[in-house]
Ligand binder design. Structure first.
Ligand code: ADP
Ligand code: MG
Length: 137
C-alpha cells in the first residue's frame, strides 16, 4: 500500500489508522533516511494505541523505549547508532510478544530478520512531502 503524506499530521493520521489494526506481538519495521518521519510515524502509532504521543521521542541514546497505558504496550527501538544489532542481544524477540507492539527504526542494522514483521518505508520527496509504502493492512 502507498500513500503520499504532505504534512506531519498526514503521517500521524495514517499511523493512527494503522495502529487500530495492530495486534499483540506485531513488529513494525520503519525504514527511511534521517528526517523521513519514522519517529513522527511512531508518535502516530502511539496515539492510535491510546498512548500520549508527546511521550515519544527519538530514542537516540536509549535504544529501547517502552510506552504503557494504551491498548497495547508500545516498544520503540532506534538502531541508528548501532552498526549491527543482534536481535537476540537486544531481546527483541521477547519484546514483541505478549502485550506489546514493537516498532523498530533502522531495521537494516539487524543481523537477523524478524519473521512476520510488517514494514513501513518513508521516502523524502520534498520538504513536506513523504511517500509512505507500507504492508500493514
Ligand atoms: N509529511 C511529513 N511527514 C513526517 N514528517 C515530516 C513531514 N513533512 C515534514 N516533516 C518533518 O520531517 C521531520 C521528521 O523527523 P523524524 O520523525 O524524527 O524523522 P526520522 O525518525 O525518520 O529521522 C520532522 O522535522 C517533521 O516535522
Ligand atoms: Mg527517528
Amino acid at each position: 500500500m502507498q500513500k503520499t503524506s504532505r504534512s506531519d499530521e498526514d503521517t500521524a493520521a495514517l499511523a493512527r489508522d494503522l495502529a487500530s489494526r495492530l495486534k499483540p506481538g506485531d513488529v513494525v519495521l520503519l525504514s527511511g533516511n534521517l528526517g523521513a518521519g519514522k519517529t513522527a510515524f511512531v508518535r502516530g502509532l502511539a496515539e492510535g494505541l491510546g498512548i500520549d504521543p508527546t511521550d515519544v521521542s527519538s530514542p537516540t541514546f536509549t535504544i529501547v523505549h517502552e510506552y504503557r497505558g494504551g491498548r497495547l504496550t508500545l516498544y520503540h527501538v532506534d538502531l541508528y547508532r548501532l552498526e549491527r544489532a543482534a536481535t537476540g542481544d537486544l531481546g527483541l524477540e521477547e519484546m514483541g510478544v505478549a502485550d506489546g507492539v514493537l516498532a523498530i527504526e533502522w531495521p537494516d542494522r539487524l543481523t537477523h530478520d524478524l519473521p512476520g514483521a510488517q514494514t513501513v518505508n518513508l521516502e523524502i520527496v520534498d520538504d513536506q512531502t513523504r511517500q509512505i509504502t507500507y504492508s500493514i493492512r
